[in-house]
Design a protein around this ligand. Structure first.
Ligand SMILES: *Cc1c(COP(=O)(O)O)cnc(C)c1O
Length: 294
């Protein structure tokens, strides 16, 4: 069994002349990294002697799909993944997460073939790992943060991370009750994210704070502002961020100076393998961008 790199390092970065701390969960492992490594850690750490197959569903380029393919391979399980739709181009020219997951042995199935009643030999995982087992690895993340603060005398500390299903932000807030966890909705809108929080935790006082930009934002759409801030992050910090969540995350964080008036920790949740499919799209669409004046 391969060993994962815990605790992930925390480094200091300067972005747009502001100081931030950066939790490098993208460095946990080359294959099994970021918040999916945290969310699926429970399944990695425990033995499931009866399980022979993993089944899940979601989009054909998702980070969760790729991480599950790594998990299944590590465990010696079959891996079936249901999608609604795969673009013809992707089918004919596999790339990014999809290609890597196929190489790990993933089989694509139809959504109709997902059962509501699996035998014990099948482990079914919700889209994006949105389930209670995620709590296990996210508690460990919270503990890493607290022990880093103690070792480095960093109190107080605000936390910021961009959300999809909100599972990571919610459980982090649960295990960091004396911190404020701030997030933004990347996949749906604020109302969607609030509902996700409520499904996991009824007490709203225990929810992260949701921050937003005024303009509506659509997931996976190519925004010039997102591309620009992603390039600028790379130039100024030397770190590659993901192209789906982090650009909006950083734009939102910079729009709320009251958050980073206290020392602030940004969580890098991995996902850079997905850039392989997003980056060429951005490069084609904004080929005239002047990288010297972002
Ligand atoms: C999955 C993912 C997210 C969203 O995580 P949630 O727990 O669903 O909010 C954010 N960033 C990256 C890079 C991801 O892969």
């Amino acid at each position: 069994m391969k060993t994962l790199h815990f605790p992930s390092p925390i480094q200091s970065i300067t972005f747009d002349n502001h100081h931030f701390y950066l939790k490098r969960d993208d460095l946990i492992d080359a294959d099994f990294s970021g918040n999916k490594a945290r969310k699926f850690y429970y399944f990695l750490q425990n033995d499931f002697p009866n399980v022979t197959k993993l089944v899940s569903y979601g989009s054909a380029q998702s980070n969760a799909m790729y991480s599950l393919s790594v998990l299944a391979k590590m465990k010696g399980w079959e891996f079936e993944y249901a999608v609604d739709h795969i673009a013809d181009y992707l089918k004919e020219h596999p790339h990014g997460n999809y290609k890597a997951a196929l190489e790990n042995g993933m089989s694509i199935i139809r959504k109709e073939n997902i059962s509501s009643n699996y035998p014990e030999s099948v482990l079914f995982i919700e889209e994006g790992g949105r389930q209670k087992e995620a709590e296990f690895g996210l508690q460990a993340l919270a503990e890493e943060i607290i022990s880093w603060q103690e070792d480095n005398d960093v109190t107080p500390l605000n936390i910021f991370l961009p959300s999809g299903t909100g599972t990571t932000a919610l459980f982090l807030q649960k295990y960091l009750p004396s911190h404020k966890v701030y997030t933004t909705a990347c996949v749906g809108d604020e109302h969607y994210l609030k509902e996700q929080f409520l499904a996991l935790e009824k007490d709203e006082n225990l929810h992260p704070v949701i921050l937003s930009l005024e303009k509506k934002h659509h997931f996976a759409k190519l925004y010039k502002e997102n591309y620009k801030i992603w390039l600028k992050l790379q130039q100024q910090t030397g770190v590659e961020f993901d192209l789906l969540y982090d650009p909006l995350g950083w734009r939102v964080l910079l729009a709320y100076p009251e958050v980073f008036s206290l020392p602030t920790l940004y969580i890098h949740q991995g996902g850079v393998l997905g850039n392989e499919s997003m980056l060429p799209r951005y490069e084609r669409k904004y080929k005239d961008i002047d990288k010297d004046i972002l």
